[in-house]
Design a protein around this ligand. Structure first.
Ligand code: ZN
Length: 359
């Protein structure tokens, strides 16, 4: 069934409504907070967006298929575009190029969508300035313009500059209900212990998130991480959002067994210094045997005149290794020869006799 919702207003009323729309905008992008509908009843991608060569997505359509507004919007343009070429178009192979009959809608967030290759007279009911609601009929899909067969060429300009190739972004994530501004994120603790549970949540996916894990532990479909008695080192948990094709991994340290980077790769453990507010700094590193044990010395070398300072932070190894941190604000004789104008932070610690690999 075709729904047709066309509302016309006098210019003054329209301006009033449009002003309200603008003031309630969500920002320059975000595809209406991913609340789009489908521009066609069935979404099958014929040809994807390409920022270098194809500035929209082509959806498969049959002649006469209903094309709908993906969100509330004002008709900016009801146009026809076709030009002859001197040589065949690189994509279609045709000697013509263009959108054919096309409609541009401007949405509440300032973005625009463009619907191209429509049946020429199917948009006759639309005038520039008409207000369309989400799902309203724009026209029918056909093959006007430079095309080799019927499809809907669909474009999205988050900043509303629908005529500018550089402004175009892939509309397909929005059609799928994914907001390209959303970043898939896992929230939850960076640490856990053996024989315990920790809850993790993922945001930035409108669909179902599936969880994966590598390391000694298990994670449920709702993001509950469970560790047993053999857990150690680092566990990596992954959230996958298949709807948007995104995934993210978070590392979780098991603080009461092994070392969180484990294996043969020696990692820093204990307290370490780094630099804050620095234009430049560098590390020095030294190993030495003291009292039959291997000790590590590390310096962070800072420019003396810059406002930067040393910061110390723990890596939460367990058990906490013996260490003796010092922070020098003047030239440290152990660092000599230091370039003039630099000072250092220093930390000395040892690994003791604890193995680095997981037990
Ligand atoms: Zn196209």
């Amino acid at each position: 069934m075709r729904r047709k919702v066309v509302v016309s207003f006098s210019l003054i009323i329209l301006l009033g409504i449009y002003f309200q729309y603008v003031t309630s905008a969500h920002g320059a992008s975000g595809c209406e907070q991913a609340g789009w509908g489908f521009p066609l009843d069935t979404i099958i991608v014929n040809s994807s967006f390409n920022p270098a060569s194809h500035f929209g997505v082509d959806y498969k359509a049959a002649d006469g298929d209903n094309v709908s507004a993906v969100a509330d919007g004002v008709v900016l343009k009801n146009g026809f575009n076709l030009k002859k070429l001197n040589k065949p178009d690189s994509r279609s192979g045709l000697m013509i190029k263009g959108w054919g009959r096309y409609i541009v809608l401007k949405h509440n967030d300032g973005s625009t969508t463009l619907y191209a290759h429509l049946v020429d007279d199917s948009t006759a009911h639309l005038k520039e300035g008409d207000l369309l609601t989400k799902g309203a009929t724009i026209g029918r899909a056909d093959s006007t313009g430079g095309v080799t067969g019927p499809h809907l060429h669909f474009e999205y300009a988050p900043d509303g500059k629908w005529w500018l190739k550089l402004s175009k972004k892939d509309p397909h994530p929005c059609v799928l209900g994914c907001n390209p501004e959303d970043i898939l994120t896992i929230t939850g603790s960076d640490e856990t212990t053996r024989n315990s549970t920790k809850q993790y949540t993922a945001t930035g996916c409108p669909g179902t998130v599936t969880w994966g894990i590598s390391g000694k532990g298990a994670i449920t479909s709702t993001g509950l991480l469970t560790t047993g008695s053999t857990a150690c080192g680092t566990i990596a948990i992954t959230a996958n959002c298949s709807q948007c094709g995104t995934s993210v991994t978070k590392k979780v340290r098991v603080t009461d067994a092994g070392y969180w980077n484990g294996g043969s790769q020696r990692d820093y453990c204990g307290t370490e210094f780094s630099a804050r507010n620095c234009d430049s700094y560098y590390f020095r590193w030294n190993e030495q045997i003291m009292d039959g044990e291997l000790w590590y010395q590390q310096w962070v070398i800072l420019p003396e005149t810059s406002p930067c300072s040393c910061i110390a932070f723990d890596y939460f190894c367990s058990p906490i290794l013996p260490y003796t941190p010092h922070c020098f604000t003047q030239n440290n004789p152990q660092c000599n020869p230091l370039p003039q104008g630099w000072h250092s932070c220093e930390v000395i610690y040892n690994e003791g006799k604890i193995p680095w690999a997981c037990p």
